[in-house]
Write a protein that binds this ligand. Sequence first.
Ligand code: PEP
Length: 264
Amino acid sequence: MSARALIFAANWKMNHGPGAAREYAQKFLALTAPAVDRSLWFFPPAVSLGALSKSLRTRPDASVGAQNVHWEPKGAFTGEVSIPMVMEVGARLVLVGHSERRQLFGETDEQVVRKTRAAIKAGVTPLVCVGETLTERESGRTEQVVLRQIGAVLQAIDGAAWTKVALAYEPVWAIGTGKNATPDDAAQIHEVIRMELGRKGVSVRVPILYGGSVNQENVGLLLTRPQIDGVLVGGASLDPKGWADLVERGSRAKVRPSGGYDLV
Ligand code: PEP
């Protein structure tokens, strides 16, 4: 992963089996060309990893990752898949601690740490998600919650290993709801996370993505904030044409090294 590349991550959740994944890739590839300054990350369901990674093999800008893994490489864990297994079918990334895993399946900070550690050890990039619920936000605890979630990982992963980690700030109340954090709100929390990483001596190069109801209309504005290194997108990544359009709009909007904004 090039740490400075703008990252567009698509979380398909429980959508697109292997056949649909192949069709998606065919359409998406016809609509986009590789660009050196951006990375396209796809998180399909586990059963579609092999089909998708094969379909995208001609594109050096595209990587595929698992939405969830177990931290053990093998064993008596019915229904789980391990990191070596997803790597065997092409995964180079894993999503860890997505809010749906935390909220719906009871994933704890401790499990997030185990998965993150296992991913780094195996040589896949964990994309670790953090974010507050609506109740936590409304009671003024956003920073406290995000720092607790980040802190658990910071405590367990040493500085050098952070070069292999990516983070996503995803306010839970914004995921799949059509409500997104304003670019300023998101940028402010990204800044808090970045400062916390800095305090612990962690690389400034750790990419921090924003996620939560990002779509073709709002991606441009979000990515004008220099604190936001990319986006993690669920609903708006499910249609190949819409996703290609979102990627192009976001790429055009990112702050250029010259400092100018180029809004869509
Ligand atoms: C997600 O699944 O990580 C997400 C941000 O979903 P959505 O874009 O649909 O809010």
